[in-house]
Every structure is written in structure tokens, then in C-alpha cells.
Design a protein around this ligand. Structure first.
Ligand code: BGC
Length: 718
């Protein structure tokens, strides 16, 4: 709503619609010869086939379109959705279908007016550390997007989690670029194999909400290239992402849509991106000719600035060849992804299908992270033994919450949401009494019920009122702590009961060091989506062993992290944040990046490297033996960190460079092989403006999380 009002103001400031329009009249029947275009390796890779015929077809279309028709393809059709999607015009007679876009990162946007599966938020999917699972999520979401009449999904959100107070933390996957890149590539592949275009966003450095429209993020080139951009590069180069959305904020003094360095030097130049760039919505475009020249191809969701392109063209401020370059990218995306070969269709039966709901449940189960599980009276508090308990008390502000995420653009409206209380009650199946104590205080009756129960489960954390997208939802968090009333409730329950399990929901790290010593078990359940309550119950009752791992560090206190400044007009991002910052500063995290317990345990042994040297273009393989030494089946996530030895410049103490998973039955063992590309060890050399792989020694550190250096070996790049 606020955005809509701002948009109307921006629109009003931009002069008469169609001023200087070249529509009709002089263009009718004109003889126009577009620039010739030869396919390049990048356009062939983007199209996933030899695209000579596609490029020739585009050239023929460019010869027939009027300038006005071309400009119409460079902006959304309306500030309101058209038939439930954000529409960009095509051209019926010339067989150009146009684009129909919808958010977003956790399912079909509620703005479509249609119900859909609410998949667990991105950060929870990051916690699965399972790219193959994420690829399935991408494909399922794409099928639902198509069944809502759209062809382009405004996802994934891949801004790095620089700080957990960021309001949209829940949308992205990780604080680590390698981990984020692996998940994002998988998502994009899943989406695009269903013929839907993915749009990775927001390019770049958009990780503050409250000032997102105007903050200028200052960054040095090395941090930009090594820390904040590699995952964007990967979706372009490794996953041929169809489009990229520019961010609202400025980077080094220029708004992202005006940022030639980001959009053209890096994205379209260094990475040879062959798709189109669209602006973020309503207030994400700041220029007309300047934005097009910087590399912006489409203004969304309607023409505010781009309306002036007509006049600019008439006045010779921009050439038709420049317009054609953008239109070629927009048409290439439509033809290479086959949008011209099918008719958009709404099919309500293809959303919230049993298979998609089952997948949402599987992902939630896989993403829940067990942070603490103490032994009481000779046994761990979790899993709950359904055969020996009679009564459970459930408390906490999130027990009955529909934990599907914030109220911003990624909001999804599912038909049903299984709350934690419903999931636990269903799993108890009438054999165990489940009593709910609402509110954040205990009265005498509540205390009595608590004393009589075998276990207390406090489901708490954050909600849409605490964190979310800026402008349209709650914005950034004000603190990393739990709301005070919930901490008091946890303390009150812990003072009475010896078996207290806390289930935390939220988008990213919630500090718990000041109270979790009082509780016996702690789980992080993010915003687990449509089926979340069932997944929580499955983990509590041990139907599956927890396998989620934190995609972020949980600090002891917020003061341990870099400052989160969401008020200043200018902020500076540096080389260190997250676990790299904590390790660089020698600060122990409360729960490390990559950490998560299970109901079984694993032993890692016998680390072997494929070679003790590797060329700068080569790949090293590290094989490790993993054994399940506990009593139940489980999934282990093995993480490989690299420490550069004797580098000419400062490096992070260790960087995640590979990870993999293995599912093992009790007593079973197996080998896991992880690949490290030498190119991923490079640093950005500011003197020569290129990545350099240093010929030095690299230590391979293999363990279960970022603080666990269980096995070590070394190799050299030569
Ligand atoms: C958000 C984008 C979203 C767009 C369309 C913007 O406010 O920042 O992520 O895709 O709206 O809903």
C-alpha cells in the first residue's frame, strides 16, 4: 500500500504518459535493419542449445516492431497485477508471449489471489544442507507458479545473511557464500527444468530492510567479489538463471539500477549473463537512459522512468540499437525457455497437491536443527518415548501460530497450516494427553498441569510482527533476543519442570545464551510452512532423527557480530561477518555455523586427498569415512573448510568450500567424497582486477561444523 502511494507520486513526477511517443505514424512501414547478432558461447549456454535460430528470429522481430512496441516490452504493464500476475507485454501477431511474473521464494505469492503450498522459508531449506532436496522444492514451486498462470518466479532471494537482524533473513539460505551458492544453483535448476524462469534477487548487497530504498552500501572490490557476489555468479554461470532483479539500495554511491559496474562490467561483462535484468518494484528504477545504459532491461511493475524512453529516443539521447539490445535479452529469455510454445493456464488442482505438501513436510523435517539435548535420569530428553509418557503440556506464543513467514512479497496463502500444537496433538493420537496453556504467564491451575505432565514443550520465537520485508511488512528486527515475556515464561516453566523442550521459530539466529542453560532440549524450527507442525512432531517423537544444520552462527550476544546499522544513509560492508568474523576475532559462538545434533552420532575418519598438488584450474577430491556409531538411522553432513597457509594477503581463518551428506543405518559406515575447485580458493587481486589462485599450501579441515576441525590434510596449488 505504502509502496503503491509512493509509486503514484513517482509516476506523477515523470511527465505525460507517452510523451514524444513514436507509436504509429512515422514508423508504420518503415524499413529498419537491426544490428546483426551472432550467438556467443554465453547465449548458447543460456539457451541450452545452439540458439542461432532463436537469435535470427529475434533479429527478424526487431525489424518489425515499432520503437514504441519495443519500449512497451521493457516495462511492466501495470502497477496492479493483471489476471493475478505481474505482466510485461508481448506482441501477439509476432508470436511474443510476454512475461507473467509472481513471487516468490517460499511458494506462489498471495497477491495472485490463489492458495498455494507454503514451503518452509529459504533459511530452513538452507538448514537441510541438501541441494538435491532444494532442487525438488524449486521444481514443485515452479509447477505451482505455472498452475497460477505465471511463467517467471521472483526467486531465489540470495542476498547474503550479513546480520541476523535483517528483516528478510528468512528468505535467503545462508551467511556463507559457498553454502548459499550450492542451494541457489539447485533451486534455479529445479525451477527452470519445469520451463519456468527464475529471477535471482536482489543484485546486490540488499541485506537491510528499514533503509533499503536509499541506503548506500560502501564496499571494497575484494569483499564484493569474494564474499557478496560469488553465489550470484554461480546462478548465472552454473545454473543459467533466466533473469536477475536489481536491488533498491545503492552500492558505492549509485543505485543498483544505475550501477554500470554491477550490471554491465560484472554481470553482463565478466559473467557474460545473457538474460535480462529487471528492477525491483515501484521505487527500484532511478533513471531512463542512464538505467538502460547501466544494464537495466525492464522497469517493474510499470513504466515510471522508462516512459521517457520514447522522448529520449525521439531526441536522439538513446539509439534504437541500444533499445534493441535490451529487447533481445527479453525475447531470448521468452524463446529459450519455450514460453511461446505454451499458453499460460490456471489449474487449481496442481497447487497444494499431496505430493507438494508431502515435500513441504519432508523439507521441514530435514531442516529442523537440534541445538541441545540433555540427559535426565539416564536418558536424553529427546526423542519423546510415546510408549512411556502420558501427558504433555504445550506453551509459548508460537504454539498455535501459523508459522509460514513474514507478510512481505514472499507471503503465501495456503489453504491450511498445521501449527505446532496441532502437529503434536495429531502425533499423540489420543494416547497421550496434550494440554495447551496459552499466554505468557502461569497461574496456579497451569502450574498444577505442568507438574503433572511428563514433559513441557515451549514453542516460541518470532513472527510476522517481529521481522519481515521493509516498507510493506515488519522490517528489521530490533534485537536478536527473544521477547522478554517469552524468556520469563521459559524461566518460570524451567523452575517447575525438569524436562523442558524449547522449539524456537524465526528467520535466523535468536540469542539464547542467557536462558537456554535452564532448559533440557532446544530446537530451531524456522518458519516451517504449511506442514510445519507435523514435521516438528515427527522430530520430537523420533520418527526421524534431526539432521538440520545451522546456516548461520548464533552468537552469545549481538555485540559479538559486526554492527547492524539500519538507520544511517551510508553503511560499509567489510570482508568479515558470520563465522568468518567470529573466528577472525577469536570469539566463540554460542552455536556455530554448520552445527546441529542428531539422535545418533557419527565418527569421521580416514581423510584422503586425491592428490597433494592441484593446478589452478583443477579440482581436488577429499574422501572421508563416516560411520554411524549410534542406535538409530541418521543423516550426517560433512563440511570441508579451507585454510590458506602463507597467503600474501589476509584471509579468513577458514572458509567452507565443500559439503556433502550421507544417510547411514546404525553401525553402518560409508565413504563420502567432496570436491574442491581450486578456482574457488582464489582471491580478488585489486591491482590486476582478476581472481588469482595463489600457489601456496591449503589446509583441508573436515568436520561437522565450522568449529570442528576433526580431520586435517594439506595440498598445494602449483
Ligand atoms: C521486493 C521483491 C519482490 C517485488 C515484487 C519488492 O518489494 O523487494 O523481492 O519480488 O516486490 O513483489
Amino acid at each position: 500500500m505504502v509502496l503503491a502511494v509512493l509509486f503514484v507520486l513517482a509516476w506523477a513526477a515523470c511527465g505525460e504518459p507517452g510523451a514524444g511517443s513514436l507509436d504509429g505514424g512515422p514508423d508504420a512501414g518503415r524499413a529498419y535493419v537491426p544490428e546483426p547478432f551472432e550467438p556467443t558461447p554465453a547465449t548458447i549456454a543460456y539457451c541450452a542449445r545452439d540458439d542461432a535460430e532463436v537469435e535470427a528470429r529475434i533479429t527478424a522481430i526487431l525489424a518489425q516492431l515499432t520503437p514504441a512496441e519495443k519500449i512497451r516490452m521493457m516495462h511492466g504493464a501495470s502497477v496492479a497485477l493483471v489476471d493475478g500476475t505481474w505482466y510485461v507485454a508481448g506482441h501477439e501477431r509476432l508470436g511474443v508471449p510476454g512475461l507473467r511474473m509472481l513471487d516468490g521464494p517460499r511458494g506462489v505469492s498471495s497477491l495472485s489471489g490463489r492458495t498455494a503450498t507454503a514451503f518452509p522459508v529459504g533459511m530452513m531449506r538452507g538448514a537441510t544442507w541438501d541441494p538435491a532436496l532444494e532442487e525438488r522444492v524449486g521444481a514443485a514451486m515452479a509447477r505451482e507458479i505455472r498452475a497460477a498462470g505465471a511463467d517467471t518466479i521472483l526467486a531465489p532471494t540470495i542476498n547474503l545473511l550479513r546480520h541476523p537482524r535483517w528483516g528478510r533473513a528468512q528468505e535467503t539460505y545462508s551467511e556463507d557464500t559457498h553454502h548459499l551458492g550450492e542451494l541457489a544453483v539447485a533451486f534455479v535448476r529445479g525451477v527452470q527444468r519445469e520451463g519456468v524462469l527464475a529471477s535471482a534477487k536482489h543484485f546486490a548487497l540488499n541485506s537491510i530492510e528499514n533503509t533499503r530504498l536509499h541506503v548506500d552500501v560502501r564496499i571494497d572490490e575484494r569483499s564484493l567479489r569474494e564474499v557478496y557476489l560469488p553465489h550470484f555468479r554461480r546462478v548465472v554461470v552454473d545454473a543459467r538463471v533466466a533473469s536477475i532483479m536489481s536491488a533498491y539500495n545503492s552500492v558505492n554511491g549509485l543505485h543498483c539500477d544505475l550501477n554500470h559496474h554491477l550490471l554491465t562490467d560484472i554481470l553482463k561483462g565478466d559473467w557474460q549473463f545473457a538474460g535480462f535484468v529487471e528492477s525491483d518494484w515501484i521505487l527500484g528504477t532511478h533513471g531512463d537512459v542512464e538505467s538502460v545504459r547501466a544494464g537495466l532491461d525492464i522497469e517493474m511493475p510499470a513504466a515510471s522512468h522508462f516512459r521517457r524512453l520514447h522522448a529520449a529516443l525521439a531526441a536522439g539521447e538513446i539509439t534504437e540499437a541500444e533499445i534493441d539490445r535490451s529487447v533481445r535479452r527479453i525475447l531470448r529469455a521468452q524463446f529459450c525457455f519455450g514460453l511461446d510454445e505454451r499458453t499460460p493456464m490456471v489449474d487449481d488442482a496442481q497447487r497444494e497437491t499431496p505430493a507438494h505438501l508431502a515435500l513441504a513436510r519432508e523439507v521441514a523435517r530435514r531442516g529442523i536443527v537440534l541445538l541441545k539435548n540433555e540427559w535426565v535420569d539416564g536418558a536424553p530428553v529427546l526423542p519423546l518415548d510415546a510408549s512411556s509418557i502420558d501427558a504433555i503440556v504445550v506453551l509459548g506464543r508460537n504454539a498455535t501460530a501459523e508459522a509460514i513467514g513474514d507478510l512481505g512479497s514472499s507471503r503465501v496463502r495456503p489453504t491450511d497450516v498445521v501449527t505446532a500444537l496441532e502437529g503434536i496433538t495429531a502425533r499423540a493420537a489420543g494416547r497421550i494427553a496434550v494440554r495447551h496453556l496459552p499466554g505468557s504467564t502461569l497461574d496456579a491451575a497451569g502450574e498444577a498441569q505442568l507438574r503433572a505432565a511428563d514433559v513441557a514443550i515451549v514453542v516460541t520465537g518470532l513472527g510476522a510482527e517481529d521481522e519481515g520485508e521493509g516498507t510493506v511488512a515488519a522490517g528489521d528486527r530490533t534485537s536478536l533476543a527473544l521477547p522478554e515475556g517469552e524468556v520469563s515464561l521459559i524461566r518460570a516453566v524451567s523452575a517447575i519442570h525438569p524436562r523442558v523442550i524449547v522449539v524456537l521459530e524465526g528467520g535466523a539466529a535468536i540469542t539464547s545464551a542467557d536462558w537456554d542453560g535452564d532448559v533440557q532440549a532446544l530446537l530451531f524450527a524456522f518458519y516451517p510452512g504449511s506442514e510445519g507442525g507435523h514435521a516438528i512432531a515427527e522430530i520430537l517423537f523420533g520418527d526421524a532423527a534431526p539432521s538440520g544444520r545451522l546456516p548461520f552462527s548464533v552468537p552469545v550476544s549481538e555485540a559479538d557480530l559486526p554492527v547492524f546499522d539500519n538507520v544511517s544513509p551510508q553503511v560499509t560492508y567489510g570482508y568479515f561477518h558470520g563465522y568468518r568474523h567470529l573466528q577472525h576475532e577469536g570469539i566463540a559462538p554460542h552455536y556455530p555455523f554448520g552445527f546441529g545434533l542428531s539422535y545418533t552420532s557419527f565418527e569421521l575418519s580416514d581423510l584422503r586427498l586425491s592428490s597433494d598438488t592441484v593446478g589452478p584450474e583443477g579440482t581436488l577430491e577429499a574422501t572421508v569415512h563416516v560411520r554411524n556409531v549410534g542406535a538409530v538411522a541418521g543423516i550426517e553432513t560433512v563440511q570441508l573448510y579451507i585454510a590458506a597457509r602463507g597467503s600474501a594477503l589476509e584471509r579468513a581463518p577458514r572458509d567452507l568450500r565443500a559439503f556433502g551428506q550421507i544417510a547411514l543405518d546404525p553401525g553402518e559406515g560409508g565413504d563420502l567424497t567432496l570436491s574442491v575447485r581450486a578456482a574457488d580458493l582464489a582471491y580478488w587481486d585489486v591491482a590486476t582486477s582478476r581472481f588469482v589462485v595463489e600457489p601456496i599450501e591449503y589446509e583441508v579441515q573436515v568436520g561437522r561444523h565450522s568449529e570442528d576441525v576433526a580431520l586435517v590434510a594439506s595440498f598445494r596449488v602449483e
